[in-house]
Design a protein around this ligand. Structure first.
Ligand SMILES: [Zn+2]
Length: 158
């Protein structure tokens, strides 16, 4: 390494001279402000870890929901509303929700609250929830015939 100020070949270190980053030998170091490379690296390493821990967990929104909505609930609501000949405005008026809320629910963008689900079920004459019991188990042994999923068939082939 060659000193960028005096040209002497030695153990040069990074420093700034009048705002310019240079490699300086110990003799010329007094002309510049020494840069500690460890500060730079540790700061850039620590930053992403902090950002990661700050990120909110999106799934937490659903934690308080006690009931599981049936699959395709948004289409179920939309079809039931159309069958009744109701517009989104009319349905919203009947259950005390805004039209935009009804639209979001029908698009599947918004999960209706338990209270809203009850109102929709009553108003549209449909069933939107299924009680959550111990269904989540994927073991094939104790399940009755007829409830096989695609996953079961894939498993049985190997
Ligand atoms: Zn020098």
């Amino acid at each position: 390494m060659q000193c960028e100020l005096c040209g002497r070949v030695c153990d040069c270190r990074p420093a700034t001279v009048d705002g310019v980053k240079m490699m300086l030998c110990p003799g010329c170091m007094k002309y510049g402000q020494g840069i500690k490379p460890t500060v730079e690296t540790s700061a850039s390493v620590r930053k992403p870890i902090l950002e990661r821990s700050k990120r909110p967990k999106a799934k937490d929104v659903y934690k308080d929901m006690s009931k599981e909505l049936v699959s395709g609930w948004n289409d179920l609501i939309k079809n039931a509303r159309k069958k009744k000949g109701l517009s989104r405005e009319e349905l919203g008026f009947r259950i005390g929700e805004r039209t935009v809320t009804i639209a979001k629910i029908e698009n599947g963008d918004l999960r209706p609250s338990d209270k809203m689900v009850e109102k929709l079920e009553t108003e549209l004459g449909i069933t939107l929830v299924e009680e959550v019991t111990s269904v989540s188990s994927t073991s094939t042994g104790s399940r009755p015939a007829g409830s096989l999923t695609l996953g079961d068939f894939i498993k049985r082939e190997d």
